[in-house]
Write a protein that binds this ligand. Structure first.
Ligand SMILES: Nc1nc2c(c(=O)[nH]1)N=C([C@H](O)[C@H](O)COP(=O)(O)OP(=O)(O)OP(=O)(O)O)CN2
Ligand SMILES: [Zn+2]
Length: 125
């Protein structure tokens, strides 16, 4: 089994509703995002998937979030879930899964770093 992973980042603000502490105030992060695709079969070039393909898809999605307020997205709005690293990892997983054409491969996991020392991972069971 191979895994091909790409890292990208974006900057965005958020606040965590009902949080007992500073994180309920509006503040920003540089969010680092890692996306990994898994599969068994390499192509004739020896690639599971071209890094370029993955980067294009990720950059397109992250551009929509860059310099924005995550709480403004419906997913993280008043009727949605809080924009924690965990929920952001799930949100991005669903976005990438919809956008990436990966045929015989699968989206293995998405990792979201809120800081160099703190991160969350979402993957399907
Ligand atoms: N499991 C999670 N815990 C927390 C999340 C999260 O997304 N998932 N988010 C936050 C806040 O967004 C906050 O910005 C980060 O808090 P913290 O790590 O405490 O940040 P500090 O810069 O204050 O860290 P120090 O090391 O204490 O300076 C909170 N928790
Ligand atoms: Zn935060």
């Amino acid at each position: 089994m191979f895994q091909v992973c790409v890292r990208a980042h974006f900057d965005a603000a958020h606040f965590i509703r009902d949080y007992d502490g500073d994180c309920s105030n509006l503040h920003g992060h540089r969010w680092d995002v890692e996306v990994c695709i898994a599969g068994k079969q390499l192509d004739q070039l020896g690639m599971l998937i071209d890094f370029k393909e993955v980067k294009q898809s990720i950059r397109k999605t992250l551009k929509l979030l860059d310099h924005g307020l995550l709480n403004n997205l419906t997913f993280f709005g008043p009727k949605g879930v809080n924009p924690t690293a965990e929920n952001l990892a799930q949100f991005l997983f669903l976005e990438f899964k919809r956008d990436l054409v990966i045929e015989d491969k699968r989206l293995a996991w998405v990792k979201v770093f809120e800081s160099p020392d703190t991160w969350a991972i979402f993957k399907e069971d």
